[in-house]
Ligand binder design. Structure first.
Ligand SMILES: NC(=O)c1ccc[n+]([C@@H]2O[C@H](COP(=O)([O-])OP(=O)(O)OC[C@H]3O[C@@H](n4cnc5c(N)ncnc54)[C@H](OP(=O)(O)O)[C@@H]3O)[C@@H](O)[C@H]2O)c1
Length: 259
């Protein structure tokens, strides 16, 4: 019996590539995002290339009842989710005093609330079934405060903390939780988050979403708790631990500024 992998934010970037990797491993797939046409194109590609079953759930996960609706739709299809990948997320670049609250509120609802609720809903059947893999998209942003993207960095710090905490609680089960922490990556993220001309996205050649997805899927299957993609990012996250916080804030702010 193939495993079923549910991926949020599967219409673009890292989520889309995670769907390709999971299908290549023979998983049946549930694709969730708002852009149905993009999900339909991906679904037919995956079915044709790998012969797997693919279901589409069109949903705006920032809405209060959305996670519950996804769970209800999955239950109605008599599917059991074995791998849950909470990938959907976005950021917004500029000073907190000048950014738009509606967008930030949606960001908190998507990056934090929906991710937490999805985990709450799908975890019990994994524990009961004695197998499960959960992967939450954190970021290297999770390791320090982020002037210029204060709310986004804080949401990712939440994701990392939450994922690590529940992974420890689940040690006596067959369910693992992975916080995937990519650094800046080629995807739709920079455009959506107004980061296109930020130094962070310009100072070196970025890894592709495909590379991050290959690494992330493998880390999830291995049950790795914190998975930082790329040796440079790993060094930077370690550097943060041994550097005074006042200095880190200044370095991040200067890195975030537009080129
Ligand atoms: N790219 C980076 O540099 C980077 C670095 C570290 C971490 N990350 C994290 O990686 C994850 C994936 O981002 P990405 O880089 O692949 O960006 P992306 O290409 O912009 O993809 C984001 C995905 O999230 C979906 N999404 C956005 N808002 C949604 C909503 N309200 N409801 C449901 N789905 C929604 C989008 O689909 P629709 O628009 O169709 O809904 C899209 O499929 C995010 O959590 C991001 O924070 C990215």
């Amino acid at each position: 019996m193939p495993h079923t992998t549910l991926i949020t934010g599967a219409s673009s970037g890292i989520g889309l590539e995670l769907a390709r990797v999971a299908a290549r491993h023979g998983d049946d797939i549930i694709l969730v995002a708002r852009s149905r046409p993009k999900l339909e194109i991906l679904a037919s590609e995956l079915k044709k290339a790998h012969g797997v079953k693919v279901h589409i759930i069109e949903k705006d996960l920032s809405l209060p009842s959305a996670s519950k609706e996804v769970f209800t739709e999955v239950s109605a299809l008599w599917l059991t989710v074995n791998h849950l990948i909470n990938n959907a997320g976005f950021g917004d670049f500029w000073k907190f005093s000048l950014t738009d609250w509606d967008k930030e509120g949606q960001m908190i609802d998507l990056n934090i609330k929906s991710l937490t609720h999805m985990t709450k809903l799908f975890l019990p059947s994994m524990i009961e079934g004695k197998y499960g893999r959960i992967m939450n998209l954190a970021s290297t942003a999770a390791f320090q405060p982020g002037p210029g993207m204060a709310v986004y960095f804080a949401t990712k710090a939440y994701v990392l903390s939450f994922s690590e905490a529940i992974s420890e609680e689940l040690l006596s089960t067959w369910v693992t939780v992975t916080a995937l922490c990519p650094g800046p990556t080629e995807s739709g993220f920079a455009a959506v988050s107004h980061m296109d001309s930020s130094k962070l996205f310009q100072w070196r050649k970025l890894p592709t979403s495909r590379e991050v997805a290959e690494y992330g899927y493998h880390a999830m299957m291995q049950g790795q708790v914190v998975a930082v993609h790329g040796w440079m990012n790993l060094i930077l996250t370690e550097f943060v631990r041994f550097t005074p916080r006042f200095l880190i804030r200044k370095i991040v702010w200067s890195m975030q500024k537009k080129a």
